[in-house]
Write a protein that binds this ligand. Structure first.
Ligand SMILES: [Zn+2]
Length: 50
């Protein structure tokens, strides 16, 4: 199980969620990345771009 875990670039929290194609930290509320930053195989299922 070496699946990489995303952490917040700003506060280091692992509590990241995807909202409207943006990955937002639940702790500091900042945006870490967006779908535009990801390659197809990294995009979250909830944010599939057809
Ligand atoms: Zn954070």
């Amino acid at each position: 199980m070496d699946e990489p875990r995303d952490t917040c670039d700003h506060c280091g929290s692992a509590r990241l969620v995807w909202r409207k194609c943006k990955q937002i930290c639940l702790d500091c509320g900042r945006i870490n990345r967006s779908c535009a930053d990801l390659r197809d195989d990294d995009a979250p299922p909830s944010c599939a771009v057809a």
